[in-house]
Design a protein around this ligand. Structure first.
Ligand code: HEM
Length: 188
């Protein structure tokens, strides 16, 4: 059984680490951003500002990781999808992955433009700020804010569909798609 499990075609270890690290960062940053926008106001004794700063310090790391990840993906092909998947489903899976990559780039970039145009820095892990590429400008904030918020909401929806698709592969189709993103088991 263990041998069979370990013979499943998998993403490389680096691709799997990047996937789960970025999934964790994305979900945590998304939840903090959503909470600060929907459930906090600036009247909370300054805590909203601290929560948004936390959101930015976590989310900004995605910009660096996504560059490494896209490079890794181009140089290390993904395992083939199961043969019993229809060509249409295979196309949809590839399309969804491209969309996720695009959102991993656009959501943090739109956040940077929003923050800079509002006159705030974009800090990374409380270590340094990304150099400011956009000057403070209220007319930019007017579109950058809704663009960031709607892109983030859309990305949340795409991630939920992605998660449900992974679970469907595992529990309904009973194929190796979810396992291809999980670690191998140690041989006993
Ligand atoms: C939270 C639960 C998640 C689960 C269970 C999950 C599961 C998976 C699985 C099984 C694959 C391989 C699919 C295949 O080869 O067809 C995959 C690929 C991928 N996932 Fe996730 N994922 C999750 C979260 C996320 C998040 C939050 C993101 C980004 C926002 C993400 C982005 C991607 C991308 C871009 C790929 C394509 C990898 C490639 O082929 O280069 N995933 N995921």
């Amino acid at each position: 059984m263990t041998n069979q499990y370990n013979h499943i075609p998998r993403y490389t270890t680096t691709a799997r680490i990047l996937h789960w690290l970025m999934a964790a960062i994305f979900i945590v940053a998304w939840l903090i951003g959503f909470y600060s926008t929907e459930f906090m106001s600036y009247g909370d004794g300054g805590s909203r500002g601290a929560v948004i700063t936390l959101h930015k310090n976590i989310a900004s790391t995605i910009l660096f990781l996504v560059v490494i990840r896209i490079f890794w993906r181009y140089t290390h092909p993904a395992p083939a999808l199961p043969e019993n998947m229809s060509p249409l489903m295979q196309k949809m899976a590839h399309g969804a992955h491209h969309l996720l990559y695009l959102l991993l780039v656009l959501v943090p970039i739109s956040g940077c433009v929003f923050s800079w145009s509002a006159g705030h820095p974009v800090p990374v892990l409380y270590l340094f700020n990304i150099p400011q590429l956009v000057q403070a400008n209220p007319s930019i904030v007017a579109w950058a804010r809704p663009v960031h918020e709607w892109l983030a909401l859309f990305a949340g929806l795409v991630v939920v569909v992605h998660l449900l698709a992974a679970l469907k592969h595992h529990f309904i189709d009973k194929d190796s798609v979810l396992l291809s993103m999980l670690p191998e088991r140690k041989q006993r």
